[in-house]
Design a protein around this ligand. Structure first.
Ligand code: ATP
Ligand code: MG
Ligand code: ZN
Length: 276
């Protein structure tokens, strides 16, 4: 494991020096082996080029179903300044020089630390307890879930990133088609070592989709397979939309963290962009 981590770090460092993009979906021809996959080493022996390891990670990202945007999210790039309330004044009891940590920042720190601990924990124990991130739109829930997935892919773990509304669409699309098995994605969601369920929200669930989601969670709870969930619903609302048996299982499988911001991060990014 350590070896793989080192290889990846070396490759990333090398790619930065040769000017390759950080975009994991970009398919540049390798400047070292011109795409052959091997280079001629000392003693004229062909050795596997390190770009093959990058290719492996790219393939893992594709099979994890991470979008181009989400493949870029990194725990180390998580920006806490979005959680700082710029209008807040220092409290009089605060020590000189110590920055004010508002509630949003404290929540974000806890959520980030939980993500870090999850990554470290699941590497040691494949049955590690999962996480649930809740909060308003644009508070960084999906960012954290994707950053966890990316860290784990780089550690060669199998992850599946399921956007719940897309899953519902796919389930509907396969419902009345005989040529596509409705169970492929569901089976994958049940059995994949680490599952991310992004945006478990107030969608149009039918009895049929509610049952399918229940069966994924029930399988995973029984097999103690970790789950990361993002949602903008409160726990009680999850019970309303998906039933108490599902919401109760989420409590069992996940530690729960709330994310909040003074303003939607998308709005903060928009105003920063348009101010330029
Ligand atoms: N801490 C962060 N550091 C850097 N960028 C962030 C951070 N949090 C969120 N972003 C960026 O802000 C945008 C919104 O974040 P994200 O998609 O995670 O929100 P969300 O809480 O999942 O919202 P929604 O409920 O609408 O799905 C994205 O472009 C994301 O990359
Ligand atoms: Mg989201
Ligand atoms: Zn190469």
């Amino acid at each position: 494991m350590e070896d793989l981590k080192k290889t990846i770090e070396t490759i990333m460092a090398r790619d930065r020096t040769v000017g390759a993009s950080e975009d994991p979906f970009r398919d540049d021809v390798c400047p070292h082996c011109s795409g052959r996959g091997f280079v001629v080493g000392p003693d004229d022996v062909a050795v596997r080029c390190s770009c093959m390891d990058i290719q492996h990670i790219k393939n893992q990202m594709k099979s994890a179903r991470l979008s181009r945007e989400l493949a870029k999210c990194r725990l180390d790039d998580f920006d806490f300044s979005y959680y700082r309330d710029k209008s807040e004044k220092k409290r009089p009891d605060q020590e000189k020089g110590s920055p004010k940590e508002g509630e949003h920042v404290l929540n974000a720190r806890k959520a980030w630390q939980a993500a870090r601990d999850f990554v470290d924990g699941v590497v040691k124990d494949p049955h590690h307890i999962g996480l649930m991130y809740s909060g308003q739109a644009g508070s960084g829930k999906t960012y954290l879930a994707a950053a966890i997935a990316n860290e784990l892919i780089r550690l060669d773990k199998s992850v599946l990133f399921v956007v719940v509304p897309d899953l519902l669409d796919e389930m509907r699309a396969t419902f009345d088609r005989k040529d596509v098995s409705e169970f492929d994605l569901l089976d994958m969601a049940k059995t994949v070592p680490i599952l991310v369920f992004d945006d478990l929200g107030a969608h149009n669930y039918t009895d049929w989709t509610v049952n399918r989601i229940y069966s994924i969670l029930n399988y995973r709870v029984n097999e103690q397979l970790p789950l990361i969930v993002t949602t903008n619903l409160h726990h009680g609302d999850i019970a309303c939309h998906l039933g108490e048996r599902t919401s109760s299982r989420l409590l069992q499988m996940c530690r729960s963290f709330k994310l909040s911001t003074p303003q939607d991060i998308r709005w903060q990014q928009y105003t920063a962009r348009e101010k330029k």
